[in-house]
Design a protein around this ligand. Structure first.
Ligand SMILES: O=C(O)CCC(=O)C(=O)O
Length: 283
């Protein structure tokens, strides 16, 4: 691959084995770092337009200046902040990565026969200084499948846009939890969390990643955000995929719960999936 490629790694059979056993597979140096920077800079530039429109001083897009200005925008005009936060999810660069051939081919190596995008890519900028509730910068333990409800082999690709450390908060996962099916969860102000009675604190493992690494994980893997105790923003992006050839997804008529699902209404397909449904995928 040349230096202009978006992606630098190809997954192999060993990655597939790891993925099936542990529910995740971590690849370092997966995305070209300059492309990662381009995605983050584009998101910053979206916010910069609203910062400037609100007459907030922004000396440059360097983190030290940008963060101060963004925190000021959040305080001064929440509506403008939210508009920009939403538009960040629609940049060409982010979507370009979501459909990059190399990324899609790697999903196939990990068992998605015919990948389809589950929901538009997500870019996260976690900081308590730009959040009204804790869940907006620190997700509690959960499984993405509960909101996705797509194919049972559905997958998340989680890519940090910067080097992470304990202060910024890493991603915390529970290895092997994808095999247990859907855990009980409780409704909360964020969405739903898996309580400690289901998964004790000690089972969470912190994943150390740097800019452009990629964590591929099953949508059944339990995970949560590490605590960002720093004054800085912790940037990451997340991509979610279904497999349109997965038999239960076809049988369940391709539900798309993001349109119809409300936490209090429960699952689109009650009592699904059972452990044996998952065993078919993770054998
Ligand atoms: O990036 C994070 O801190 C967590 C993201 C997450 O849990 C999610 O998007 O489901």
């Amino acid at each position: 691959m040349t230096d202009n490629s978006l992606l630098f790694r190809e997954l192999d059979n060993q990655d597939l084995q790891n993925f099936r056993n542990d529910g995740f597979c971590l690849k370092s140096d997966f995305v070209n770092q300059s492309f990662v920077d381009k995605i983050r800079d584009k998101a910053k530039s979206v916010f910069a337009r609203q910062i400037t429109a609100q007459n907030i001083e922004l000396e440059s897009l360097e983190d030290v200046h940008f963060e101060k200005a963004l925190y000021a925008l959040f305080k001064k005009d929440f509506h403008a902040f939210i508009g920009a936060a939403k538009l960040c999810q629609h940049t060409m660069e982010l979507h370009q990565l979501a459909i990059a051939d190399d990324l899609i081919n790697n999903l196939k190596v990990l068992g998605l026969e015919e990948p389809a995008i589950c929901v538009k890519p997500i870019i996260f900028f976690n900081s308590r200084h730009i959040s009204k509730i804790e869940g907006h910068y620190k997700t509690p333990g959960h499984q993405d499948w509960r909101s996705m409800q797509g194919s049972i082999n559905s997958m998340v690709v989680w890519i940090p846009l910067m080097d992470l450390n304990r202060e910024l908060g890493t991603l915390e996962i529970v290895p092997g939890s994808h095999r247990s099916g859907l855990y009980k969860s409780e409704e909360d102000e964020w969405f739903r969390n898996i309580p400690e009675s289901e998964i004790p604190e000690s089972e969470y493992v912190s994943i150390d990643v740097k800019k452009g690494d990629a964590l591929f994980f099953s949508s059944f893997l339990v995970h949560r955000s590490g605590n960002n105790s720093s004054e800085n923003i912790r940037w990451s992006m997340h991509f979610r995929y279904n497999d349109m050839n997965e038999s239960t997804f076809i049988e369940r008529k391709f539900p798309h719960p993001y349109k119809v699902y409300h936490p209090e209404k429960g699952l689109v397909t009650p009592d699904f999936p059972k452990r044996q449904d998952l065993a078919k995928v993770f054998l």
